[in-house]
Design a protein around this ligand. Structure first.
Ligand code: ZN
Ligand code: ZN
Length: 373
């Protein structure tokens, strides 16, 4: 990304701050920090941050510690890098005072109570009044609409995932454990040029496939049961996410029936999603197919989610109308309907699409996976 990209992002953010009557924003979400500044460090734990951004109308600071100084300066030339020697809270309070920030927005889902308390105590000791304003999805809304460079990075990330899933998918056989397959996927992702997996690959065989999220374990693959593999790559910071359902041996009637319903639901959504549509309407395109087939109760999660610097990001294609947002051109989301039946297993199919005014463009290229179509 060029300097200009980051400057444009800051300009957009400052407009939002103005509209919301805020003097500044404290950014603590690692993906938002990277999106706005270019500083690519990640956080290993919620309570171990590699840095914070403090952005006002005329200033942009990146607060970090000594270990990250050179890295931050190299990657975030648009920011003034400030090193905290006596704790982040002390430095932040000093900078807030310098900027004359009264109303300070913070990212409610990404600032721990402990950090908030430390800052408040420092502010009090310094006799500074900070009017805290909790924010949600402010930078995330900017991130949701991708530019051309981001779209091409996500395409490459997905291409790696497709190649790896095809390669490892061809080696599936009865007797391998879920964990062994997950490790093959992880290894192949690295060898194919990914920085790593976008989340630990999920391999769920047989009854385990009835759990939408499952931790691959000692269970061995067997013939005559569904195997769900959900995985993704990270390429230059950008994630991909994809699920396919495999079956060893000749599929039985029940599997074929359930697979066909899920695939029909997915195709209905991919054909109908477009910019201007509400997220719950997008979800409904697939959900109505599954409900009509009598499996509504067995599709208990949202149709999809945004994908970008984070594998799960804004917007959520949730069925809940109260949380609905309008889909915009340039958003990239997954389309992942599923049917899960305890004591049997499940089928989930997950593609990625680029939302456009006239429809959704499918980003997946490898069609060979649909062996049951
Ligand atoms: Zn997935
Ligand atoms: Zn997903």
């Amino acid at each position: 990304m060029t300097m200009r990209v980051y400057q444009q992002r800051l300009t957009l953010l400052r407009q939002v701050l103005k509209e919301q009557g805020l003097d500044g924003i404290l950014v603590s979400c690692p993906e938002n920090r990277r999106y706005l500044s270019g500083f690519s460090a990640t956080d290993s734990h919620l309570n171990e941050s590699s840095g914070f951004l403090l952005i006002g109308q005329d200033a942009a600071f990146l607060l970090t510690d000594f270990r990250y100084r050179e890295w931050a300066q190299a990657e975030a030339p648009g920011f003034s890098v400030q090193i905290y020697g006596q704790g982040m809270a002390k430095l932040l309070v000093e900078l807030v005072r310098q900027l004359g920030v009264g109303r300070l927005g913070f990212e409610a889902p990404f600032l721990t109570y402990g950090t908030y308390q430390k800052i408040s105590q420092e502010a009090e000791a310094a006799g500074l009044q900070i009017e805290w304003r909790p924010l949600e999805n402010v930078v995330e809304q900017l991130r949701a609409v991708k530019d051309q460079e981001e779209i091409s990075l996500i395409r490459r990330s997905l291409a790696i995932t497709e190649r790896v899933l095809a390669q490892v998918g061809a080696t599936l056989r009865a007797g391998l454990t879920e964990g062994e397959v997950a490790w093959r996927l992880e290894q192949a992702l690295r060898e194919a040029g990914a920085e790593g997996p976008s989340f630990p690959p999920m391999v769920a065989a047989g009854k385990n496939a009835a759990r939408p999220h499952h931790h691959p374990g000692e269970r061995r693959l067997q013939t005559g049961e569904p195997i769900i593999i959900d995985m993704g790559a990270v390429y230059q910071g950008y994630c991909s996410d994809m699920t396919r359902t495999f079956y060893l041996g000749e599929p039985d009637v029940r599997f074929k029936e359930i697979y066909a319903i899920v695939r029909r639901a997915q195709l209905a959504a991919e054909a109908g999603i477009r910019a201007g549509m509400m997220t719950h309407e997008a979800d409904g395109l697939a959900r109505q197919v599954i409900v009509a087939a009598g499996y509504g109760e067995a599709f208990g999660h949202s149709l999809g989610h945004g994908v970008g610097l984070a594998v799960h990001e804004h917007p959520s294609l949730s069925p809940v109308q109260e949380r609905a947002v309008t889909l915009q051109a340039g958003m990239i989301t997954t389309v992942e309907p599923g049917i899960y039946l305890p004591d049997w297993g499940g089928v989930r199919l997950e593609d990625m699409v680029l939302i456009q005014p006239e429809g959704a463009q499918l980003l997946n290229r490898d069609r060979t996976f649909y062996q049951f179509d």
